[in-house]
Design a protein around this ligand. Structure first.
Ligand SMILES: Cc1cc2nc3c(=O)[nH]c(=O)nc-3n(C[C@H](O)[C@H](O)[C@H](O)COP(=O)(O)OP(=O)(O)OC[C@H]3O[C@@H](n4cnc5c(N)ncnc54)[C@H](O)[C@@H]3O)c2cc1C
Length: 550
């Protein structure tokens, strides 16, 4: 059977033949696997994607976790690369039915003293909000945002949608550009600075610094990791680009599937890969747990984790010991040290924050930081997490139904609380979440209620805790609940992600490529790893590039 038949999702029951032949076989139908599939299918190749779960999308999963009609985005809720990633235009995602809402009040921090700060799509309004705390910081933010916005395209091109340059090349480019003279905020020294140090250098008010560090944190950038200040201006440049995916995040997966399908691509669901088939040192396909074989005439691409790809799927004799050692080292040392605990809620009404009497816009904000009012508060939670302890909750809250009422039954609301936590708890490890999850969820809700007292029990129809263990059980590639599939840290960015020998999307096995979040730039719904792997594959296969360059 070839993969050029009309497009469909094949279930294992339908898949009678035990052999399929494609030009390209991709492991994993998350947004990266799907994106690479779409580009290659549009390039005229026959492509089969082999997916372990019963549906495509990976982290783009939307489920009625609490009650029927309440659509909960279990993983990727915030889409921040909308219209920045080339895939939106290249793959005509809007033409396939994708819709987004960009809330006017993007984000807020509500503080224990009843004050609040809001970030808007309108820069003037964000600055007005900041000026209530510090006029000087508001002016600094305006200059930082304006400067960062000016080079966001350049940064996207060089740091996201291009195979990685080395940190030294980047430093050299910045030096040649004369960055220290031409830019107020970019400087070569950023590569040695934490985000905390950057904020302390440029800003004065604790609450403004706390909000900006919180924003970085929810993008996966930890405020006390040395060197991450390098990425901070890019984060500020897109601080107002947070989008709600109408109908739930899975819609994005669905439109990618639609594009893939229209171009002859086939997704085989409920097919967990267990081996990569190798002949004469070349990857020629995969075998799944039920024995079905998917042959690839041209290449195999893996969008899953390093451990599965290199320690499980490939027999040891095909890889040299040094390379295996590097994979093992990355597995041991490069997972993100914190992950996310979520509470999904079905609500009778949205939160009404007490801080709305200070700034009414908080009730219209999408992502709300509950309580981080200083860098010290945030940084001390990272220390708590490093010790294997769940911090006293200071969750962030979002109610998507305020912007997309279709995600809840009429007149009701779907809510989300997210809290930074460790994967393994100190006493009994990750399994402790099974027992502790519901209690911790109730603490998170209590914390929310302190700021939004209307959320009394009668207003909460139902809620479900979704723990770090649940993440890993749903997506086995998110090892240790690692939602980034590799820490965002200088030793795991650019040419060091996941380690130099594997940073160019090619692998030591001919015909095998990596195209998922283990690769540069990193996790998140960026489309970046797939897009960059495509560049390398196009070069190797001499595929004529029809897509637009960033
Ligand atoms: C709790 C949580 C909250 C998050 N919030 C956000 C957010 O708000 N915004 C954002 O941008 N990102 C968020 N993320 C991160 C985001 O979900 C990931 O970065 C993104 O899904 C990675 O995409 P991917 O395609 O690389 O991998 P995935 O989406 O993980 O896709 C990999 C696919 O491979 C499949 N697979 C695994 N093993 C096998 C196998 N053996 N055989 C076949 N298939 C296999 C998996 O089932 C999965 O479908 C969040 C993640 C979590 C866990």
């Amino acid at each position: 059977m070839t993969g050029n038949s009309a497009s469909q999702v094949e279930t294992s029951e339908m898949a009678q033949p035990h052999r399929f032949d494609y030009d390209v076989v991709i492991i994993g139908a998350g947004h990266n696997g799907l994106t690479l599939g779409c580009y290659l299918a549009r390039s005229g190749l026959s492509v089969g994607i082999v997916e372990r779960r019963a549906e495509e999308g990976g982290g783009l999963c939307t489920e009625e976790l609490t009650l029927p009609g309440f659509l909960h985005n279990l993983h990727a809720n915030y889409h921040t690369f909308v219209n920045l990633a080339p895939a939106f235009e290249d793959l005509d995602l809007y033409g396939h039915g994708l819709e987004y809402v960009r809330p006017e009040v993007q984000m807020a921090s509500v503080f224990p003293d009843g004050t609040a700060l809001t970030i808007h799509t309108d820069l003037d309004k964000s600055c007005e909000s900041m000026a209530r705390f510090s006029k000087k910081d508001a002016d600094t933010f305006r200059r930082l945002y304006t400067e960062a916005h000016g080079y966001v395209d350049l940064l996207l091109h060089t740091l996201m949608y291009e195979p990685p340059m080395t940190l030294n090349e980047l430093t050299k480019a910045l030096t040649v550009f004369g960055v220290d003279k031409r830019s107020e905020f970019l400087e070569v020294g950023l590569r040695r600075m934490t985000i905390t140090e950057f904020l302390d250098k440029h800003f004065e008010h604790p609450k403004i610094k706390a909000h900006l560090a919180f924003h970085a944190a929810i993008c996966g950038y930890t405020s006390d990791i040395r060197g991450l200040a390098v990425g901070f201006p890019l984060l500020v440049g897109k601080i107002d680009n947070w989008h709600v995916c109408v109908g739930g995040s899975h819609r994005l997966a669905h439109v990618l599937w639609r594009d893939f399908a229209r171009n002859g691509g086939v997704i085989h669901v409920q097919q967990a890969v267990e081996k990569i088939l190798i002949e004469d040192g070349r990857a020629v396909g995969v075998r799944t747990e039920d024995g079905t074989e998917f042959y690839a005439r041209k290449l195999v691409a893996s969008s899953v984790d390093l451990a599965q790809t290199f320690l499980k799927f490939i027999d040891k004799e095909h890889l040299d010991a040094e390379f295996i050692g590097k994979v093992e080292e990355a597995e041991a040392k490069k997972h993100k040290f914190w992950t996310l605990f979520s509470v999904h809620l079905a609500l009778e009404e949205p939160p009404h924050y007490e801080a709305a009497s200070f700034d009414p816009d908080v009730d219209r904000a999408w992502v709300v930081n509950l309580g981080y009012d200083s860098l010290e508060a945030l940084n001390s939670d990272w220390e708590t997490i490093r010790k294997g302890l769940a911090p006293s909750p200071r969750p962030n809250a979002a109610v998507n139904s305020l912007f997309d009422p279709s995600d809840a039954p009429e007149g009701k609301y779907t809510g989300l609380l997210r809290q930074f936590v460790p994967y393994a708890l100190r006493r009994k490890g990750a399994y402790e979440w099974k027992a502790y999850g519901p209690l911790y969820a109730s603490h998170c809700i209590e914390e929310w209620r302190k700021y939004a007292p209307n959320l009394e029990d009668s207003k909460i129809i139902d809620y479900v805790a979704y723990t770090p263990l649940d993440i890993e059980e749903k997506l086995i590639n998110m090892v240790r609940g690692d939602w980034m599939m590799g820490e965002i840290a200088p030793d795991n960015l650019l040419e060091r992600r996941p380690f130099p020998e594997l940073s160019e999307y090619r692998t030591p096995i001919r015909g095998l490529y990596m195209c998922g979040s283990t690769q540069h730039p990193h996790g998140f719904i960026t489309f970046g790893p797939a897009y960059n792997a495509l560049e390398v594959i196009a070069e190797d296969l001499r595929i004529e590039k029809w897509w637009k360059k960033v």
